[in-house]
Design a protein around this ligand. Structure first.
Ligand SMILES: Nc1ncnc2c1ncn2[C@@H]1O[C@H](COP(=O)(O)OP(=O)(O)OP(=O)(O)O)[C@@H](O)[C@H]1O
Ligand SMILES: [Mg+2]
Length: 448
């Protein structure tokens, strides 16, 4: 952690000297100013954690300086230093937001305690602010391309209604983010948002997952269990990867939507539920219907409002915006300094295909913040070149054909997974194999 920064504003030189030496001994990094005017100049360039300000200063006094700092929404914690005759003003200042005041002659011990307490408060406030912004950014949709502006408008229109929404988009385009922000902007916002990933749940369990079950209704059902529909009661149910549901489950979901009732596995009566359903898929459901894998009637039930999320490569202008947004986000999260993109880096970002869309970009920004030193990010710092593949073709494979083939498979699979930001579904698609097959390969090739 960087050391806390303190500003001292006082016209008495011996006070500046004694305060700064004691605070520096305590590990603070200290700047001093002899008057309010120079303090304002310094504050334009730098932020501090704590400011000690003398009330009586030659031209502009300390209280006026404090007023200006408040107008500028400065975040320094202010401790006033007051001589006799200014105590009353100092007390008043603490009532309008100053952290504390100290009386002259100064007790150095009290100075240290006050600095410690003030910087602690500052730290807590910052932490709280970060967590708040992190919560908020949970549903913050970044983007100013025409497609994104249209999307935000669509979300604002659909959110207040109870209308079902079907979100379509490639992996990592923000389907879940959009679903959450619809919920957040809806009258159901204070009720639960419950997510079900239909692709991740084995077929034989999905019914109990969605509708719940009664104790003893099948082996393993040792207790009553509430299903996701019931958990989402009065709120929103997000059916993710809805295109991966089996036909049998589709029939049951359809019935639940039609009747607004669910029947837990093993129960004899049904339960009324009030749930808004938002579904998402990266599959072309019309094609799935044509090929008999998705029920047309369910499709029309889910698809009252259709939202299509464009892949990142079709809204290039959002790329630097998003990247900078996440550089900022992760530099705060990891307490690293802010970083700037060089123009060559911006160009490289534009040229990247972004098969893993925003998720891939977000991961890259995180990696850059963790790995990169210095302020400016150059093209080569982004590691965008698929160097792993280039290297693997130069690589001298050796051993039997089987060994060489495995080595190549391993390199290639790793490259595809990397290029897709770790998204296995998308990687399997590009590799032209089933996701399950990819899982098997990963374990056979001992890729973790
Ligand atoms: N417009 C955006 N602004 C800011 N962050 C975004 C945006 N779109 C996506 N993200 C972020 O990218 C990541 C991936 O988004 P999300 O999980 O919503 O995508 P998805 O379409 O559901 O992906 P998948 O199909 O792989 O499940 C998330 O961390 C999300 O916060
Ligand atoms: Mg998702």
């Amino acid at each position: 952690m960087s050391s806390n920064k303190v500003l001292i504003v006082d016209d008495e030189e011996n006070i500046l000297i004694s305060l700064s030496s004691i605070l520096e001994d305590e590990g603070y990094s200290v700047k001093t100013c002899p008057d309010a005017e120079s303090a304002l100049k310094t504050l334009e360039k730098e932020e501090f954690d704590v400011a000690f300000i003398d009330i009586w200063l030659p031209k502009m006094d300390g209280l006026k300086l404090f007023e200006i700092m408040k107008e500028q929404k400065r975040e320094e914690e202010v401790i006033f230093i007051s001589g006799h005759g200014t105590i009353e003003q100092a007390v008043r200042a603490t009532k309008i937001g100053a952290f504390d005041f100290l009386e002259k002659p100064l007790s150095l011990e009290r100075v240290v305690v006050a600095a410690k307490n003030a910087s602690k408060k500052k730290e807590l406030l910052e932490k709280e602010k970060f967590f708040k912004s992190e919560l908020k950014s949970d549903v913050e949709i970044v983007g100013e391309s025409p497609a994104m502006l249209q999307l935000k408008e669509q979300i604002n229109l659909v959110a207040p209604s109870d209308g079902r929404v079907l979100i379509y988009g490639e992996n990592g385009t923000g389907k879940e983010l959009v679903a959450r922000s619809i919920h957040q902007l809806s009258p159901r916002a204070s009720e639960p948002f419950i997510e079900v990933n239909c692709a991740a749940i084995p077929n034989e369990l999905i019914e109990s997952e969605l509708f719940g079950h009664r104790k003893g209704s099948f082996t393993g059902a040792i207790e009553n269990k509430k299903g996701k529909f019931l958990l989402a009661n009065k709120g929103t149910l997000f059916l993710d990867e809805v295109g991966d549901m089996s036909l049998m489950t589709q029939a049951k979901v359809l019935r639940a939507l039609e009747e607004q009732k669910i029947e837990p596995v093993g129960a004899s009566e049904s339960i009324k539920v009030d749930v808004r359903v938002i579904a998402a898929t990266n599959k072309d459901l019309e094609k799935e219907i044509a090929e008999g894998r998705f029920r047309e009637d369910l499709y029309y039930r889910l698809n009252v409002v259709f939202i299509k999320l464009p892949p990142l490569r079709e809204r290039n202008s959002d790329i630097p915006l998003l990247f900078n947004y996440y550089l900022d986000y992760y530099s705060k999260k990891y307490k690293k300094e802010k970083k700037k993109l060089s123009s060559s880096a911006v160009k490289a970002l534009y040229e990247c295909p972004w098969n893993g869309n925003v998720r891939e970009l977000k991961n890259l920004a995180e990696r850059v913040i963790i790995m990169h030193r210095g302020e400016e990010i150059l093209e080569e710092d982004l590691f965008l070149k698929p160097s792993s593949l280039q290297r693997s073709s130069d690589k001298m494979y050796s051993g039997s054909l089987k060994e060489a083939r495995e080595a190549f498979e391993r390199d290639y699979i790793l490259k595809v997974i990397n290029d897709n930001g770790g998204n296995l579904a998308k990687s399997a698609e590009i590799l032209g194999i089933e996701r399950r097959h990819l899982y098997r390969k990963l374990s056979a090739l001992k890729i973790r």
